[in-house]
Design a protein around this ligand. Sequence first.
Ligand SMILES: Nc1nc2c(c(=O)[nH]1)N[C@H]1C(S)=C(S)[C@@H](COP(=O)(O)O)O[C@H]1N2
Ligand SMILES: [Mo]
Length: 301
Amino acid sequence: MLIKVMRGWELPENCASPEGFSLGRRALLATALATTALPSFAHAGEKYAAGRDITPEKNATTYNNYYEFSTDKDLWQEAQALKMDPWSISFTGAVEKEQTLSLSELLRQVTLEDRVYRHRCVEAWSMVVPWTGFPMAKLVALAAPLSSAKYVAFTTLADKKTMPGLRMPFYPWPYVDSVTMAEAMNDLAFIPTGMYGRSLPPQNGGPIRIHLPWKYGFKSVKSIIKVSFLEKRPIGMWEQLQASEYGFWANVNPAVSHPRWSQASERDIGTGKRIPTQLYNGYGEFVAGLYADMPGEKLYM
Ligand SMILES: Nc1nc2c(c(=O)[nH]1)N[C@H]1C(S)=C(S)[C@@H](COP(=O)(O)O)O[C@H]1N2
Ligand SMILES: [Mo]
């Protein structure tokens, strides 16, 4: 029943198909975005070396999952309807003081940095993105959570006027997902506000999103308007739809298959090449310790 309505992430064909960029869209985009050389992010001296070529900007910005707009990957034009200004974020739940900050008030209190991260979708495709943003730990510090807070949940804007996907029944909107406080404080957990040296475009979750490079992409909530600190583990939108396929932890692991497809390899959307998937998407040295003693937890699903 549910499976029928869940297109993108559900269909095994989706993993194998060479995705529909139409030539028209590609040509259009080439004009629209002009041909800026990749900024000199990358490679030398980075904290978290990507070890792979950066995905061309046009691929990363025209092949997206953003179900509020469409279950098709080529939703970038529809997503331009997202109103990113003004934008504000509320901090709620177990915090010293609930507050709402405008994006500019928030950005005034952080230092932006560049990070090149691998991104692995549960559908078995991946890309390498040069983000600009700030550590999630900084966001947590600004929110001043109480010691009773054990989880932090991120909620996407749900605007019926601009997001046609919200009319799809069955999806328990708004899009929400969460991490433990320990995960949120890990230095890898990141809050992008830009990519490829520009502000974050709407289709990639502008103006502000989260990115958790060691987890499947559905955990990386886009266009966030609310950050909630919670004592009990919340249930994310995908977990609510199909817990057996999209669980709370969702750490990347090539040895643990999705119930309907293998996770052993992934297709790089820049090169089209199939490459082996790595445990924790290759970030194990930084995050494996978070999961050292958790018997009974389904860490990879
Ligand atoms: N609000 C919202 N966030 C979302 C999604 C979505 O549909 N809606 N898709 C998720 C999935 S499955 C992936 S793989 C990434 C895709 O991010 P990208 O389009 O920037 O590559 O966003 C994640 N965050
Ligand atoms: Mo995904």
